[in-house]
Design a protein around this ligand. Structure first.
Ligand SMILES: [Zn+2]
Length: 204
């Protein structure tokens, strides 16, 4: 699981009723704060199913599970029982961190992983190599991206941070053509050397 999520869970304030302390994660009760702190330091009392219950990550997990099981909808009970729950949670967290929401559709449908099982696919999708392949794929298939939404969300960074702009082309978040149609020529945003790099690598 993403380290951030776990840290967030364990860094909640410690509940105390004037008499007893209890673990904010598993609700185990302690008389002494020091013992509870030892318990918390081990970071072992959580279950992903509890932590993620009703979260945005679970919402995405349901979308993916619909595809895997070819079902119209996925209920909470069904989701909690799938054998690859933890791996899928990790995978969705990985996609969020790397801003690659459609990565699953890519590895499942396009990357010819279908002869392998779902756990294997999820595990092997969480690598830098797969990310690089996905970025390359997306540069060639910009219809995989909502470029307008991306430009709206990141307008300031795209127009003020040259390295962010170059990285967006590199990742296939947007194409040079779409960027130019909205913001005008590249020379307003990048120096000559940067433009050469972009044009030779990402112009299509
Ligand atoms: Zn606990």
């Amino acid at each position: 699981m993403s380290k951030d999520i776990i840290e967030e869970v364990f860094n909640k304030p410690i509940p105390f009723d004037g008499n007893r302390y209890w673990c904010p994660v598993c609700l185990k009760v302690y008389k002494r704060k020091k013992n509870l702190q030892n318990h918390l330091d081990k970071r072992q009392c959580y279950s992903l199913r509890d932590i993620l219950d009703g979260s945005d990550i679970e919402r995405v997990m349901k979308e993916i599970t619909k595809i895997i099981y070819n079902r119209e909808s996925i209920g909470d009970t069904f989701l909690k029982q799938i054998p690859f729950y933890d791996k899928l949670a990790l995978f969705v967290s990985f996609c969020k961190t790397n801003r690659v929401d459609p990565l699953f559709y890519y590895v499942y449908n396009e990357a010819r992983f279908e002869k392998y099982n779902v756990s294997w696919i999820l595990e092997n999708a969480m690598t830098n190599k797969t990310l690089r392949e996905f970025f390359e794929f997306r540069r060639k298939n910009p219809e995989w991206n909502d470029e307008e939404a991306f430009m709206d969300s990141y307008e300031q960074r795209l127009t003020e941070e040259p390295l962010f702009l170059i990285r967006a082309f590199e990742r296939g978040d947007i194409t040079v053509k779409t960027f130019k149609s909205k913001f005008g020529d590249l020379d307003k945003y990048l120096n000559e050397e940067q433009i050469d790099r972009v044009v030779s690598n990402f112009q299509r």
